[in-house]
Design a protein. Sequence first.
Length: 295
Amino acid sequence: MKAEFRCGTVAIIGRPNVGKSTLLNHLVGQKVSITSNKAQTTRHRITGILTDETTQYLYLDTPGFQKTHDNALNRVLNRTVSQTVIDADVVVAIIEAMRFSDADAQVLKQANGSACLILAISKCDRVKEKAKLLNFLKDVQTKANFVAMVPISVKHKQTLEELKKVIRTHLPVAPAIHDAEHFTDRSERFMASEFIREKVFRQLGDELPYAANVLIDKYEEVGELRRIFASIVVEKTSQKAILIGEKGERLKRIGTDARKEMEASFGCKVYLELWVRVKKGWADDGALIRQYGYE
């Protein structure tokens, strides 16, 4: 007897830098969400789509819920997390084995209203003393009303398959929403801005403060060529100098790496031009935040 087809949304939540985007990319089997060591690299609710014979999983990547940056942008991002939890059929909260912080507790507090909360524990394979791991799991089990706890590692595909099986049992019986070949609901234009922002964060690290954004000024499809003109927005003139680098070398390197990522993802040639603009205080300006596409 053929299994009933299931389709539903799965919110992936966790503190900053716990590996939400990395997990989503491995579950989908495609790069959907950008990654870096910078907190809240993910700023939008991004859907990664995986379809097999019996299920369509709609994975929702979310910003890391945190209170470090008390500005308008951070408040918007935290609201995104809360709303995503409310909207999702299943919520997967990620923590690291042998580590449960106040930040993790804040995340689980946001998931209190979820009807189906699964805890994914990463890096269990790194714990040598299994008795300590077992005690840790027993303690964490009391932190929220979990329907399941699943040890995971992106290096071990069988653990991700087990997580998918657990998720599937809690998804509603429903037809697929997207075509089977789709792996995200985001456009190439959106992905282009994300690839650029990833390269900015990866190359500059702590040199560039939290508030850097990317705007696509023009996006043209000319046959098999994409012509993309984009601006990187920072808050201070000194940050602009850091981003451009000596004789423009840093900005050129960011552009080259982003272009290569786009060409690999889009399957075509890309012409990319980058500028750097200063917009003082944009991350605490509600009107600018909405203008830049943050809900």
